[in-house]
Design a binder for this molecule. Sequence first.
Ligand code: IPM
Ligand code: MG
Length: 368
Amino acid sequence: MANPTLLILAGDGIGPEVMGQVKRVIGWFGDKRGLAFDVSEDLVGGAAYDAHGTPLHDDTMAKALAADAVLLGAVGGPKYDDLDFSVKPERGLLRLRKEMDLFSNLRPAQCFDALADFSSLKKDIVAGLDIMIVRELTSGVYFGEPRGIFEEGNERVGINTQRYTEGEIDRVARSAFELARRRNKKVCSMEKANVMESGILWREVVQKVRDADYPDIDLSHMYADNGAMQLVRAPKQFDVILTDNLFGDILSDCAAMLTGSLGMLPSASLGAPTDAGRPRALYEPVHGSAPDIAGQGKANPIACFLSFAMALRYSFDQGDEAARLEAAIEQVLADGARTADLMGEEGGTPISTTDMGDAILNALDASL
Ligand code: IPM
Ligand code: MG
């Protein structure tokens, strides 16, 4: 059988550096675990704009649709701030999400024991934290029409539209319930049903899906503003949080910071299963392109390693190998390896992106 295919889109800023380390890890699984992938690489974001004048070339889009999984680094940077909206680096990422129809975005927020002191919250509030945000990713205000900046009388008006169909809510709710079944069977759905009709429909459909097909799931509903407050007050009350595209964007940054560093958090964006039986899938760290530290060897590659672990688990049915990689990361952190973003109050000397890659590979070797 042919090897599964991985398309790597390293993108901008620290993307290429962290992805460089991930390629070593992918190679390790090929050499040592017989998990060979056919890896190809292409451009996205500002890097694609520089080469082709578009943040995602049609050929790259076609390759992404054909790949078994896509691994993405990060997009964007100040160099591109003045570009026309339609060719901004972020548009490349949004096109991938939309055309691959990656409607279910899984964003775990997990607090590693070795880093529990690191959060801006008190240790006992975050120690042992393990929650999963399921963010709808292909609809809502990110894509709703009408949108634009229009003339109205003697001034301009900026318009975006929050729009959700029942079908869109239904399918992402199912993905959250399925996931919850493999965890603690608890889902909290967040919207603003107190002020938004789309929120009323969201709440209704989510409840209906639960009652019809997932009676074993403990479902609650919360207004998203309260959800943000509860996330920093008592995050461990949650297991799976289900929410829309915009609230999910905001709440997942908030949840990410509970764990101490954005440099630690992976994500999976999943669509419907293809003929090959696996979902269309794109894996990316939650952190951005961090242009301020790009090219200096300071970036933390762990979020990107964890994104590859999610690929092993959700695309390739290799949960044990994913756990092996996650355990190696945990071990390295417990041993005290820290990139610059993980320098706590105790100080110390940060290690480089490559050093962190070396440490993970050593820990993987030791796991055999
Ligand atoms: C994210 C990012 C993106 C988003 C940007 C880069 C378009 O913030 O993945 O959370 O807003 O979805
Ligand atoms: Mg975001």
